[in-house]
Design a protein around this ligand. Structure first.
Ligand SMILES: Nc1ncnc2c1ncn2[C@@H]1O[C@H](COP(=O)(O)OP(=O)(O)O)[C@@H](O)[C@H]1O
Ligand SMILES: CC(=O)N[C@@H](CCC(=O)OP(=O)(O)O)C(=O)O
Length: 259
């Protein structure tokens, strides 16, 4: 299937997404694109953990996930946030369906580093056909980044940027767009409009890119290596289909970027 766009909605801005965002998704569909949404929800998970007085900590941008934390992560991501997004999409006339890694065996994972990160997973397989089937009937899949273990019992917390990158590679997407709370990758408060993978890696080394921006750019680089043409990082307040004038950071493969 052609013209698949993976859109990752960061938890940092899910509650402030404007009608324009959903109108843009509708327009994408009307112009022949097949959007897939992968969502995060870090801030909402933090809030519920705090209310429940469960301690949480991040190691290199990943949440150390005990069994107790995992229950909250699944509750917030696959319960509250997926359904919130699906309702908003339907309100804007977009047929959508919320799925987690368990649905249709969508995403399998193995532990990334049990000792230090507990139930944080590394995706081992994405069921591409399941997603293509949903797209072929005009559905927008809204994916919660929880994956299942090969034993069908364990389940894992996946960083949503990483999940979006893996989904993009699996369905051979044209593009992945990371929608977040900043207007792109910033350097000295200015948006870096275009960058290659190697420039991005240098920005990480130099400390220009840090924290939550790291999994985004790493997922972008992973999907470019997997064959995708370009990845973008944009603000949730930027109209997604402003064509050539879309404001944000575009990351391309090396050869294309120098053209
Ligand atoms: N160079 C950079 N440019 C822009 N944002 C950056 C940069 N380095 C670190 N960040 C941080 O990354 C954050 C976005 O990541 P994150 O908070 O995880 O958002 P989301 O919930 O959308 O995934 C920004 O709010 C900013 O604090
Ligand atoms: C392993 C890991 O860190 N998982 C994330 C999943 C949600 C997420 O990635 O949300 P954002 O996109 O809002 O950051 C977490 O537990 O917060």
């Amino acid at each position: 299937m052609e013209k698949i766009i993976v859109i990752k909605c960061g938890g940092s801005m899910i509650d402030t997404l404007s009608d324009d965002f959903f109108i843009a998704i509708k327009k994408l569909q009307e112009t022949g694109f097949h959007p897939i949404i992968v969502h995060g929800g870090g801030p909402a998970i933090n809030e519920l953990l705090e209310n429940l007085q469960i301690k949480t900590e991040f190691i290199n941008g990943l949440r150390k996930t005990t069994k107790e934390v995992m229950e909250v992560v699944e509750m917030v991501l696959s319960g509250t946030i997926t359904n919130k997004l699906v309702r908003k999409l339907h309100k804007h006339g977009i047929s959508s369906i919320g799925v987690t890694g368990s649905d249709g065996g969508l995403m399998y994972a193995k532990p990334k580093d049990v000792e230090n990160l507990g139930l944080v997973g590394e995706i081992t397989r994405v069921n591409q056909q399941f997603l293509l089937n949903l797209l072929s009937i005009g559905m927008v899949p809204v994916i919660s980044p929880i994956a299942i273990g090969m034993d069908f019992e364990d389940y894992y917390n996946i960083n949503a940027d990483t999940a979006a990158g893996e989904v993009a590679v699996a369905v051979n997407a044209e593009k992945v767009i990371f929608v977040t709370d900043v207007p792109g990758v910033l350097k000295d408060n200015e948006i870096i409009e275009k960058a290659t993978a190697s420039e991005i890696l240098r920005f990480i080394d130099d400390g220009i890119i840090s924290g939550g921006m790291i999994p985004k750019v790493m997922a972008a680089i992973h999907s470019l290596k997997g064959g995708m043409k370009e990845a973008m990082i944009v603000s949730g307040h930027t109209p997604l289909i402003a064509g050539e004038n879309i404001i944000g950071t575009t990351i391309k493969r090396e050869l294309e970027a120098v053209k």
